[in-house]
Design a protein around this ligand. Structure first.
Ligand code: BT5
Length: 255
């Protein structure tokens, strides 16, 4: 084995022209049994998914829509660490191949210039004690044009092409670098070096230290995003000086 590589992710890559959702397909494939590290990539998704039943804009031939099957022997409560690890891998990869300033907004947003460049959707199949398999879904806007973006997200979404103001950016270069970085960070994850993942996440984060509003279902909490804990939970410092741990939610950076 090569040092710093798990050599697990991307040994098998399955390409589709059009698919409903690479995540949905990968979850089904994992159910029937496939090697860990199997990657599903599609040129277009007809039912691209975000979190909580939201939709992911997935026009043909423009962006990266990818899912990775993992089988880590961890309890389900540690699944958020997989999201953080994947965000670190994606942000590092895009930084390396582009000239963009890339950051991570807790928990799953890949950001540049205060806009969303990509997102991660982690799905798991698990019982109370352990994960049977996890699917990491990665959507990165590469050659998305302004005209492709619907009004509702015109001010919040962007792409590498839009931000770099270039004719086109190579999807395969981004894809290959993300697979390489995921493989590297997954090997760190498997060595149980959680501190190293959290440390790199904090370095790449644009959330920590900011005043944020966090929406969790029908509730909103406003405070200073202080840090994340070993499980990837966001620690919010509220105005009454108490702290609140948040496991999932949507963050708006206020100042
Ligand atoms: C995410 O959800 O950010 C997770 C996105 C994961 C997409 C990948 S693509 C490959 C794999 N297969 C799938 O079916 N999904 C994964 P969330 O944080 O819930 O953000 C969703 C919200 O972002 C939407 O409600 C929109 O407001 C916005 N949005 C939708 N499409 C977008 C896009 N292409 N770029 C930027 N923002 C988008």
């Amino acid at each position: 084995a090569i040092l710093g590589q798990s050599n697990i992710i991307g040994k098998d890559i399955i390409f589709f022209d059009t698919i409903e959702s690479t995540n949905t397909y990968a979850m089904k494939l994992a159910d029937t049994g496939c090697p860990e590290g199997t990657v599903i990539i599609a040129d277009a998704q007809t039912g691209g998914k975000g979190r909580l039943g939201r939709k992911w804009l997935s026009p043909h031939g423009k962006n990266l829509y990818m899912s990775v099957v993992l089988k880590p022997a961890i309890p389900p409560k540690d699944a958020s660490l997989l999201t953080l690890m994947s965000a670190v891998a994606c942000a590092s990869a895009i930084k390396q191949v582009s000239s963009l300033h890339v950051s991570i907004k807790w928990p799953n947003d890949i950001m540049t210039c205060n806009k969303k460049l990509g997102g991660i959707l982690t799905e798991i199949k698990a019982d109370m004690d352990r994960i049977f398999h996890a699917v990491i879904g990665i959507g990165i806007n590469i050659n998305l044009d302004i005209n492709d973006i619907p009004d509702e997200i015109r001010t919040t979404a962007t792409s590498i092409k839009i931000e770099q103001d270039i004719a086109a950016f190579s999807r395969s270069i981004v894809t290959a670098e993300i697979i390489k970085e995921l493989d590297r960070w997954y090997s760190i994850f498997l060595q149980n070096r959680r501190k190293a993942i959290i440390k790199e996440w904090l370095k790449l984060s644009s959330t920590i230290g900011r005043v944020v509003k966090v929406t969790v279902g029908a509730n909103t909490f406003t405070g200073i995003a202080e840090t994340i804990d070993e499980e990837g939970m966001l620690i919010l410092r509220l105005s009454d000086n108490t702290t609140k741990k948040i496991s999932a939610g949507d963050v708006t950076i206020l100042r």
